[in-house]
Design a protein around this ligand. Structure first.
Ligand code: FE
Length: 203
């Protein structure tokens, strides 16, 4: 149990049962030579360095560059590379789904907390809650209403269930009246919740 990111926690507070279990698993994997503490720390640092601003930058580029958007929707990993956002080869597949005037996408992980951390950082607590994980599927419009978004009835809502192998990012619709904005200004409009799909930016 020598991984540095765990030791930090040990000094703060007693570890939870779940934390203890993850430390034990990590120690076992290291002992078996399947990974090193350095590799774990590198992944932790990589994820900690990601924030919704990364996703917002991607969305803004897709709004202003239709060719980039097409590449993003067909092969997110390589399109992100164009923006200098590295998605390590050993991380889950990432699919970007586009909201249109006909379809709105909402992302959930019904099983646990799978999330496009490579573009949004750590998920908010509500994303991991049982209430969200169940209600996103049974009543997606009700969930969205609680986030302040009420979609017209003729827009279909597709709920995408993330897995350990597949993560989704929503490409929100570009708000009206933003034609003259710069890429940076557009990125500032893009919220984390709109990229999960619980809100819409286009009213
Ligand atoms: Fe999950």
């Amino acid at each position: 149990m020598t991984a540095t990111h765990v030791v930090d926690h040990i000094h703060d507070q007693p570890m939870s049962e779940v934390a203890l279990r993850s430390v034990a698993i990590e120690a076992l994997l290291a002992e078996k030579g399947l990974l090193t503490a350095d590799e774990v720390q590198r992944q932790v640092d990589l994820m900690d360095g990601r924030t919704p601003a990364d996703g917002a930058r991607v969305v803004a580029r897709a709004w202003i560059d239709p060719d980039f958007k097409a590449r993003l929707l067909s092969d997110a990993r390589s399109a992100l590379g164009e923006l200098g956002i590295e998605i390590p080869a050993d991380t889950p597949h990432l699919t970007v789904v586009e909201n249109t005037e006909d379809v709105h996408n909402l992302v959930v992980c019904t099983l646990c907390s799978c999330y496009p951390r490579m573009l949004l950082g750590r998920p908010p607590d509500w994303y991991k809650s049982l209430a969200y994980r169940s209600r996103a599927v049974s009543d997606p419009r009700g969930v969205m209403a609680e986030f302040g978004t009420v979609l017209p009835a003729d827009i279909r809502v597709d709920v995408l269930d993330s897995t350990a192998d597949m993560r989704y990012l929503v490409l929100p619709r570009r708000p009206e009246g933003t034609e003259g904005m710069s890429e940076e200004e557009l990125a500032a409009l893009v919220t984390r919740d709109s990229m999960i799909g619980v809100t819409s930016l286009s009213g």
